[in-house]
Design a protein around this ligand. Structure first.
Ligand SMILES: *Cc1c(COP(=O)(O)O)cnc(C)c1O
Ligand code: SF4
Length: 341
């Protein structure tokens, strides 16, 4: 049995237990949103369907093109291979001084704080990342020693996976370790949990600590579509603000999901209404299985230009592409100039 089997072509009895679980979850989700026929378009993936309840509730019923549904449904298009789409498109595997640390940019290191996420986004560039043994205690001790020994590092970024999928106690301990390093001034957390599962991201004790620390704390949430925001996210972001966190958002530009000026304009306004500033709009990393989400560079540039015509400057996210080997996230405008787009 191939591990990436199309659902329509398999007999349930032949599945292993994790595949059976996945098949049941898929069946259940599609029944809930009243689209059972979509099962034929799906496969059982090594990167299985995973969707938190809150996010699932925001999916519209009977709408096969719902922008939230399309982000989590393991459709058969993922099985198409394309030589330009790789397993490690951003060169992260070359930049690990330690298993848990990526030191790619000056002054900032990225710590893989958790191997898990509450949701599996089908376009994710980390879907092929070998996470094993990267976020255990020993790996963290090594990472802390590395940061301690390099006083050019003033910002530690917790990423993953999703750092908010850690238990609160563990997140607190890790944050306090980072706080104890004198030259580190900023703790940044990149997390999709506050948006997709706000109840799991309300970490009371950690927020109490955040109120008292001298560190700047930046929380970069990850929201791709205005339908992902809710009264629950609004409440949560208010609490974050009260704890003194700086709230930013990053979005991945995704074909048929948010590649429209109306949607992106609405997203910026909706974020701002919940006190979150747009930060990055990422051109998709060319990761295997995600080719159907790709927006052409030229279209992305036209879209961004139109967005600039509609929004105040502070609500326009920076359109960037991560280029392996470059010392910063590269503005797409610069790449376009170089490549003559
Ligand atoms: C994106 C990223 C950062 C942060 O980049 P900023 O431009 O500061 O947001 C840091 N380290 C790694 C490895 C990254 O991928
Ligand atoms: S939450 Fe982030 S890291 Fe996790 S699957 Fe989604 S995009 Fe990838």
């Amino acid at each position: 049995m191939r591990s990436n089997a199309k659902v329509s072509s398999i007999s349930f009895d032949l599945l292993n237990s994790s595949q059976k679980k996945q098949a049941k979850q898929l069946h259940h989700l599609l029944a809930e949103i009243q689209l059972p026929e979509l099962e034929n378009d799906c496969h059982l993936s090594e990167f299985p369907l995973k969707v938190p309840k809150h996010f699932a509730k925001q999916i519209q019923l009977k709408n096969p093109t719902d922008p939230l549904l399309r982000q989590i449904l393991p459709v058969n298009q993922e099985l198409e291979t394309n030589e330009h789409y790789k397993k490690d498109p951003v060169g992260d595997l070359d930049k690990n001084p330690l298993p848990s640390l990526i030191h790619k940019y000056y002054g900032r290191v990225l710590l893989i704080a958790s191997p898990k996420c509450d949701i599996h986004c089908r376009y994710c560039f980390r879907r092929h990342f070998p996470y094993e043994n990267q976020s255990n205690n020993r790996a963290w001790h090594q990472a802390i020693d590395y940061i301690q020994a390099d006083d050019s590092i003033h910002e530690v970024i917790l990423s993953g996976g999703d750092p908010m999928s850690l238990s609160e106690n563990v997140l607190l301990k890790l944050s306090q370790k980072i706080e104890s390093i004198q030259h580190v001034k900023t703790l940044r957390i990149h997390s999709r949990t506050p948006v997709v599962s706000p109840t799991d991201a309300a970490q009371k004790e950690w927020l109490e600590w955040a109120k008292t620390t001298a560190l700047n704390i930046v929380l970069v949430v990850h929201c791709n579509h205005p339908n992902e925001l809710s009264t629950q996210t609004h409440e949560l972001f208010k609490r974050y603000q009260q704890a003194g966190l700086h709230l930013l958002n990053q979005t991945v530009l995704l074909r048929s999901i948010n590649d429209s000026v109306d949607v992106l304009e609405k997203l910026s306004h909706a974020l701002f209404a919940q006190s979150v500033m747009p930060y990055y709009l990422h051109q998709l990393d060319k990761v295997q299985g995600a080719a159907h989400f790709q927006v052409a560079d030229q279209d992305a540039l036209i879209l961004h230009q139109a967005l600039r015509e509609r929004l105040p400057g502070y609500l326009v996210p920076k359109l960037v592409q991560e280029v392996a080997g470059e010392p910063f996230k590269t503005p797409l405008y610069e790449l376009a100039d170089e490549n003559g787009i």
